[in-house]
Design a protein around this ligand. Structure first.
Ligand code: FE2
Length: 434
């Protein structure tokens, strides 16, 4: 299938898969074109200020309400997925945590059964906080459709190319790209035919929608430029059969029967829609004199909280870039942060760690938990000749949150947890002398 996109971040898009399917001049004509049903899909309260308002009008074969009642879903295989309150299962430790990659299932497993919850915070019932999941699967969803009522889902593929078939069109994305699926949007996921193993990260955002950060003195351009975000054109399937619709609602998975594909939107217009972004298009900005700025300069998307400048979640990347700062310790410095930091690695090596932090793995440095370069990284950077240096073939990222990020019981008990992680700093030498 040829995938086509419209460009821009949060634009008022308009698209139709069949000529004449999109009404002109009104949202809800007495009879919608082509016998379609008009249905509004609201991502914000009706009454938020105009520049925050997100909604999309869909013109679909059947209204979304046509499905059988939901029942609780249980696959019997999942280890830690979307329980009501997974973040108070165990006491949250201040220790620095790091994990090896989770294995990719050997049994046939689709996205729904291949998601493991690692950590989270806030309260989904209050629309605050995030959950952090790892997905690992090897087969498509087929006749299963899915939506998340609790939050938008930011997918960060690490292995394998993923096809997202959504109500509003199709998206393809692989490692180095991200996909944001809005809260409530129905979709299913299929692997690229050539990719047998798929893995990556998900930030499930219970708070306000991810948006582009303000640029302040940077000016009108830079970081993630709006034109590089891509939203699909209308696409639909007209299928009937014995299908399953799965939802996350209130922290639990629910399932119901549906006798047709819910991906039946023939035309739509609005600004509440999925998008993808190629992280390699990020216009990375850094120091050209000395020191390096705070990593907030690498923010791709931000989910604001109610307090100015304090994020419910920032999505931050550490991409290819030149290091040119003079008389400067160039890797991330040692620090303690009121914000809590979960990091993952998509490919390459991260410049603050010589080993142990690998693609598909993760680390968690919580509120005020000290961290920084390991011994080898410190020694190397402290003694390096400060010629211009290109960091190439590397892409790490961070989900940074104002709320303490609480690991799940699974995350604390899995054999992938690196119990010896603290040791990377224990051999740092006392260099002080008077
Ligand atoms: Fe940090």
């Amino acid at each position: 299938m040829k995938v086509r996109y419209q460009t821009g971040f949060g634009n008022e898009f308009a698209t139709e898969a069949v000529d004449g399917a999109l009404p002109v001049g009104r949202n809800s004509p007495q009879k919608a074109p082509l016998g379609l049903y008009a249905e509004q899909f609201s991502g914000t309260a009706f009454t938020v200020p105009r520049d925050h308002n997100k909604r999309t009008w869909t013109y679909r074969i059947r209204p979304s309400v046509m499905h059988k009642p939901f029942e609780l879903y249980s696959s019997g295989t999942q280890t830690s997925l979307f329980r009501s309150s997974p973040f108070d299962e165990v006491i949250t430790t201040p220790n620095q945590l790091r994990w090896d990659p989770l294995p990719i299932p050997t049994e046939p497993t689709d996205l729904i059964d291949g998601i493991t919850t690692i950590a989270g915070n806030g309260d989904l019932f209050s629309q605050a906080g995030i959950a952090i999941h790892i997905y690992a699967f090897n087969k498509g969803m087929g006749d299963r459709y899915f939506y998340n009522a609790d939050g938008e889902m930011l997918f960060v593929p690490e292995k394998g190319r993923v096809g997202f078939l959504t109500e509003l069109g199709t998206i393809q994305a692989g490692p180095g790209e991200i996909v944001c699926i809005p809260r409530g949007l129905k979709f299913k996921v299929e692997p690229h035919p050539d990719d047998a193993e798929l893995r990556g990260y998900i930030c499930e955002n219970y708070g306000s929608h991810f948006k582009l950060p303000d640029l302040g003195p940077i000016g009108a351009n830079g970081l993630a430029n709006p034109r590089d975000f891509e939203t699909p054109v209308a696409w639909f399937e007209d299928r009937e059969g014995a299908f399953e619709q799965i939802a996350i609602f209130g922290g639990n998975l629910w399932t119901c029967e549906i006798d047709h594909s819910p991906l039946d939107v023939v035309a739509w217009h609005g600004n509440y829609a999925p998008y993808k972004y190629d992280l390699r298009r990020f216009n990375t900005i850094g120091s050209i004199s000395f020191d390096h700025p705070d990593p907030s300069i690498f923010t791709v998307l931000t989910s604001p909280s109610g307090e100015a400048g304090v994020a419910n979640c920032d999505f931050v990347i550490f991409p290819d870039r030149w290091l040119v700062a003079e008389d400067t310790f160039r890797p991330p410095w040692y620090h303690r942060n009121v914000m809590s930091e979960y990091m993952g690695l998509i490919y390459g090596a991260y410049d603050a760690k010589e080993e142990g932090f690998v693609p598909g793995g993760g680390s968690l440095h919580n509120q005020m938990s000290a961290h920084g370069p390991d011994l080898d990284a410190f020694e190397k950077a402290s003694n390096a000749s400060l010629e211009p240096q290109k960091l190439s073939g590397t892409l790490a990222f961070m989900f940074e949150s104002r709320y303490i990020i609480r690991p799940t019981k699974f995350a604390m008990e899995t054999s992938e947890l690196q119990h010896e992680y603290f040791e990377v700093w224990q051999r740092l030498k006392k260099n002080f002398s008077t």
